[in-house]
Ligand binder design. Sequence first.
Ligand code: SAM
Ligand code: SF4
Length: 349
Amino acid sequence: MALDKFGRNIHYMRISLTDRCNLRCVYCMPEDITFRPKPELMQDDELELLVKLFVELGFDKFRLTGGEPTIREGIVDVVRMIASQEGVKSLSMTTNALLLDRLAKPMADAGLQRVNISIDTLDPEKFTKLTRWGKLDDVLRGIRAAEAAGLTPIKLNAVIVKGFNEEDVIDLAALTLQNPWQVRFIEMMPFGDVAGFQTKQIIRAQDMRDLIKEKLAPLEPVLNKKYASGTNIVAAPDGKTKAPLMDGEARLYRLNPPDGLAQGTLGFISSVTNPFCASCTRARLTADGRLRLCLLREKEVDLLTPMRNGASYAELKEMILDGIWHKPWGHDLDNNVIPLNRVMSEIGG
Ligand code: SAM
Ligand code: SF4
């Protein structure tokens, strides 16, 4: 078991399979980003060895991300390799869905269980503006392909950005009225080169909820697991408080219009204004093989270089355990400590 010094059991690994992407979302990466040369990134055999180590250390939940994970060469084989490790209980992916039309079924057959799909607006023009050249139709097709392949329950991720899509929370939330999906609204986080933009244009989760209540329907905290459509619900309420149930990092709510409760749920991920550090169980592996201990802190442990220099299995395990032990409690954005060494796509969101 990998414990940190605060007693948190860290068993959820998010792996960035590539820093590259077929889009350039404004909140994620600059348009003229330079990607790392491929030899600097983990190769398949290196990734396999690290996954085996993590599993031996008690990691049982994995999420593949990036960059855009579906553009990694041999993605179906990567999914199969991870899914086939004994001890892996959960394997999911965060994707922009552009390639799911072609890949959802083979990845599901290879052992992928679920996907989170990023979709920040239902307006085709705004979508293109936010992603710099993406087509909304491709994402909608991808969502259908994921559902058909059984990569469910479907979760949709929307980062809300002032001046781009704050009004779109209403249409996105309305999707849950008729669909058993979880639509998750994410507060924009500041990273690297784009931190100035991100800090100025953040919309708080509380403001999103207020807008939904005002313009769409009353919003109720989900208090009972029975009514949550997500999986991996981590913290049930005590039944007395009105604190919403959490699904991973998302606080769950449900629309309650006069004609009956919505089918799906809304998740609010307020990493900036109301973080969930006490229940954090995760670490990240960057595409260049660094163990990143907290999304919003620069602290990392380089595993790839020692591995390439011949470090033994036992030495690598020791480095991982030591890194996890020193995992920071959480972010320090209030004191203006902003992670500058990487943008989101390099860390793996
Ligand atoms: N390309 C895939 C996708 O977009 O789903 C996976 C990688 S992306 C970095 C993972 C998630 O991070 C996406 O849901 C994206 O919207 C979110 N994200 C990217 N930059 C962010 C930022 N500055 N603040 C909050 N979320 C961000
Ligand atoms: Fe690419 Fe995902 Fe970043 Fe958008 S959020 S640029 S799709 S990695």
